[in-house]
Design a binder for this molecule. Structure first.
Ligand SMILES: *Cc1c(COP(=O)(O)O)cnc(C)c1O
Length: 396
């Protein structure tokens, strides 16, 4: 690795500014540590004291109700994690074995994995440098050149298979270009499923992310804005889809006081009560956490505003982001500066990370069809995620 003098200077400046802002006495500054400052102990203890720790209990219903209220969604189904929620959402949303589903090249592997779990094949598309989510312009071009409409739906000319859905992911909490993507889905008979795993508390033109698609998916993994240990949820305004999602994720059991009868092969994807108890307490704190995270993002924006070669990624116009992971975008796209920054920050106990390795570089997806993804490739060489947890800093 050879670094230009300028890159050495940029890297030193980034490290110094991070060290100045973050607690210099801390042993280690994690990327996104969970914060338990409310009723977590009380609610979890109640589960243990009453014995309601597992698949039945009041906290699951309460958590779903609270999520509906927070997001504005009519229905919510809590699940064991976000990946399971995605799998179920795809099945409920109409993806069938042998279909193809468009997903961004720049995403966490769960997005593409869930498509495979559903028996379908991912097709990869590019993202926008403004939102880091699916880029409507390049998607429209790819669809025009590679697909045709038929009575079966949208057909991929190369494979002959039906493309049934688009999964949009709101990257690092920044909402994707939903209006344009919805229009593309309507024109092309595609179902829109939103991977809103990272974007609880993020809004597109005033509406919560995850509410634009047929179904939206949230995650409550330990590194997300709020956590249930492991957990996820499906949100939807469609009562029939919600009923089916609940049924499918609760072993397709026909409700009955003592009989166990299942009307199809279902899944045991339900969130346990003890996790939901944690979630209820976390949801109570969510507005405060979002506020803290916004303060942190504002501070970062100022901290890096006058540093040439580095841009702090801000929320897209018309959107409110939860700033799940704050990110710096480097002008230098050779990859060496990013690598150097990753090394020196982590060596200084400040946890940072690049984007995920792009899906098309993973062995499981190396052979699948993809649109050209120059923006995703550039972002993979220029994006540095920096510490973002709600406990990092708060205005006193
Ligand atoms: C976290 C995440 C998921 C789901 O993750 P789980 O760990 O299964 O809850 C899915 N997609 C994206 C983009 C994520 O960041």
């Amino acid at each position: 690795m050879t670094l230009t003098e300028n890159n050495v200077r940029v890297a030193d400046e980034v490290l110094q500014r991070l060290q100045k802002f973050l607690n210099p006495d801390a042993e280690q500054i994690p990327l996104h540590a969970p914060l338990f400052a409310g009723n977590e102990w009380t609610y979890v203890k109640e589960c243990i004291d009453t014995g309601w720790v597992s698949s039945i209990g009041k906290f699951v219903d309460q958590f779903e109700q609270m999520l509906c209220e927070f997001t504005g969604s009519r229905h919510c189904i809590a699940t064991g994690n976000g990946t399971l929620a995605l799998h179920a959402a795809l099945l409920v949303g109409g993806v069938v074995r042998g279909d193809e589903v468009i997903v961004p090249d720049l995403t966490f592997a769960a997005t593409a994995n869930a498509v495979v779990h559903a028996g379908a094949q991912p097709v990869l598309c590019d993202v926008s440098s403004k939102t880091m989510g699916v880029d409507p312009h390049s998607l429209r071009n790819w669809l025009q050149e590679n697909t045709e409409r038929s009575s079966r739906g949208l057909i991929n000319r190369t494979s002959g298979r039906r493309i049934s859905a688009l999964v949009v992911m709101h990257c690092f909490g920044h909402p994707a270009d939903i209006d344009d993507l919805l229009a593309i889905c309507e024109e092309n008979q595609l179902q829109l499923i939103e991977d809103a795993a990272e974007s609880i508390g993020s809004y597109y033109q005033g509406t919560h992310t995850g509410r634009f698609g047929r179904l939206g998916v949230l995650s409550f993994n330990g590194n997300k804005t709020i956590t249930t240990g492991g957990g996820g949820a499906i949100i939807t305004d469609d009562a029939d889809l919600a009923r089916y999602a609940k049924h499918l994720t609760t072993t397709a059991k026909i409700p009955h006081p003592y009989r166990f009868r299942h009307d199809q092969v279902g899944f045991n994807y339900r969130m346990p009560n003890i996790n939901a108890a944690l979630g209820c307490a976390q949801l109570e704190s969510l507005p405060e956490y979002l506020d803290r995270k916004r303060q942190i993002a504002n501070r970062y924006a100022v901290l890096f505003s006058d540093l040439p070669g580095v841009t702090f990624l801000t929320e897209p116009a018309g959107c409110k982001s939860n700033y799940w992971l704050n990110a710096l975008v480097l002008d230098d796209d050779g990859g060496d500066l990013l690598q150097h920054l990753l090394e020196i920050t982590n060596a200084s106990k400040i946890q940072t990370r690049p984007t995920w390795d792009l899906m098309h570089t993973l062995p499981a997806f190396a052979e699948i069809q993809k649109a050209p993804t120059p923006v995703a490739e550039r972002l993979a060489k220029t994006v540095l995620c920096i510490p973002s947890g709600p406990s990092l800093w708060s205005e006193q």
